[in-house]
Ligand binder design. Structure first.
Ligand code: AMP
Ligand code: MG
Length: 427
């Protein structure tokens, strides 16, 4: 005998109620029971699969810092572009130069304009750093190593061919790749592009983001605080993390724990590529985010991930907007933003490397993870040593502020002081 759809739905609802009661979930959250707690790896895979790189654009080199190349860029010129002097001194033929040798100074070659001079045996050309080498010269003698004497110089050192000459193309060949697709543009990259005459770079898109902090208890810094209230610290935290990865924070709103206002705020926020909602994603009666998202027809792909802190993390989308629901506790918001939001934003911006920088460090204490999920330990990385700092609890913002690195302890993992571990850094 088969079940009708109605019977099936009823059955599921009953099962939900049983589960909800046994796990102390509010009945209103029954529909969410289909969301199993997933692993961090799966959550990361799902969030990354759900976002796409934004269209490329051209940007002035001076504005391109920390964006990512949307295509390979190649050298238009060799570097150096011509043989030139590495010193202020005298361009000579090394074979005609011995210590004590007297040479006639026939001309001068400053930087900036190639006078197309020629040097022969027994001659020298006064030359300056960056100036083109005269034809025939294969070495430069530093001015500190000669004694001038009228229109002659006496060489006070032995000279070898190639000395203090910067050869054309020795640093970079014409046509060589100078910036790979997906690579971050750093200060030196911007300089290299400029050295090639580039005015603009082709970079990945700019991510617009909105932040909504939810909670009746929240007050904006600068305002008077009453008993039971706290200042909203997640808005500046998330704003700063977004700025770090070059997303543009278009709006920052505070919203009370109220379905209607939340719906309106989410509607406004979802006009961006990314919407981050902090707080209100847990299982309490005042956690309205999931239902507000549902009311708006959002697709919710993830709710609850096996990490500490940050378990109630939520991810979904409203049309083209990627929606991240971060738990309100500041350390949870911080960890989930770095582990899930940051890589997704970087992917949208066209980055290849989505990971935080990992560096090896010597652990200074024994650590064991006896939680039921991976644990991100906040700590201080100093002189190659990692030491946990502050209370390892999700509300402990001071401890977080003293840390500069995260150590991920896998489920059941034990580490001993002195072991070399990989830690993630974000500053
Ligand atoms: P929630 O995720 O809304 O249940 O909040 C969990 C905890 O984080 C509560 O103690 C909140 O008061 C706190 N919290 C939520 N939002 C913020 C915020 N924007 N700034 C600081 N603390 C917050
Ligand atoms: Mg709340």
């Amino acid at each position: 005998m088969g079940f009708s759809n109605l019977q099936f739905a009823e059955c599921r609802y009953r099962l939900c109620r049983v589960l909800a009661i046994s796990s102390e979930l509010p009945i209103s959250n029954c529909q969410l029971i289909k969301f199993a707690v997933i692993s961090e790896e799966e959550a990361r895979k799902k969030t990354l699969e759900a976002v796409r790189p934004l269209p490329a654009r051209k940007l002035w080199i001076s504005k391109s810092l920390d964006f990512f190349a949307a295509e390979d860029h190649f050298a238009r010129l060799p570097l150096p572009a011509f043989d030139n002097s590495a010193m202020d001194g005298y361009a000579v033929m090394a074979s005609s130069c011995k210590k004590g040798q007297r040479l006639r100074v026939i001309s001068e070659q400053p930087a900036g304009f190639d006078r197309e001079l020629r040097v022969s045996s027994g001659e020298a050309v006064r030359i300056f750093t960056g100036a083109p080498m005269p034809v025939g010269a294969d070495a430069v003698v530093m001015q500190e190593d000669v004694t001038p004497d009228g229109d002659e110089i006496v060489i006070n050192t032995d000279v070898e061919a190639g000395e203090f000459v910067r050869r054309r193309g020795c640093d970079l060949a014409e046509g060589q790749r100078i910036l790979a697709k997906g690579e971050r543009i750093r200060a030196a990259t911007a300089a290299l592009l400029a050295s090639q005459g580039f005015v603009e770079a082709t970079v990945g898109g700019e991510v617009n983001a909105a932040i909504i902090s939810t909670g009746d208890e929240l007050v904006k810094p600068g305002k008077k605080i009453k008993a039971g209230q706290i200042y909203d610290s997640n808005s500046p935290l998330l704003g700063a993390l977004l700025q770090h990865c070059r997303a543009i924070v278009k709006s920052v709103e505070h919203c009370r724990d109220e379905r209607e206002s939340l719906i309106e705020a989410i509607k406004r926020g979802s006009e961006n590529h990314v919407l981050i909602i902090s707080g209100g994603v847990s299982v309490g009666e005042h956690d309205f985010v999931k239902n507000a998202l549902r009311d708006l027809g959002a697709q919710i792909d993830i709710w609850r991930v096996a990490i500490k802190p940050g378990k109630p993390f939520l991810f979904g989308n409203i049309d083209k907007c990627a929606v991240f629901g971060l738990p309100g506790n500041p350390v949870s918001a911080f960890v989930t933003c770095l582990q899930f939001v940051r890589p997704a934003i970087l992917k949208m911006m066209g980055a290849t490397d989505l990971d935080l920088l990992q560096i090896p460090a010597k652990l200074t204490v024994d650590l064991t993870n006896d939680n039921d999920r991976a644990h991100y330990i906040r700590g201080k990385l100093e002189h190659g040593r990692f030491t946990p700092v502050g209370r390892q609890e999700s509300h402990a913002l001071f401890g977080l502020s003293q840390s500069n690195a995260l150590l991920r302890l896998a489920l059941g993992q034990s580490l001993k002081a002195g072991e070399i571990v990989e830690v993630q850094i974000w500053d």
